[in-house]
Design a protein around this ligand. Sequence first.
Ligand code: ZN
Length: 78
Amino acid sequence: MTQYRYVCTCAMGWHDIPYCPYRRRPEPRPITPGEMRTMRHLRELERAGQLTVARPLDLRWLWLVPPAVVIFFLLMLL
Ligand SMILES: [Zn+2]
């Protein structure tokens, strides 16, 4: 059986998980100047009202379909 191990420099030598549980997690990647510029630009567009945030369609009504089908078939039986 092939086993993929994370070879580590700590006393364990390897781990079954893709990181060392005994070492501190790496710091999150810092925001690049380009990302900073993009976020500032998006914020400015939002403030200027030129940016409309697309909202996902409200599909909650789909939960009404199964009970409606059941009620429909019950009515058909009567
Ligand atoms: Zn380790």
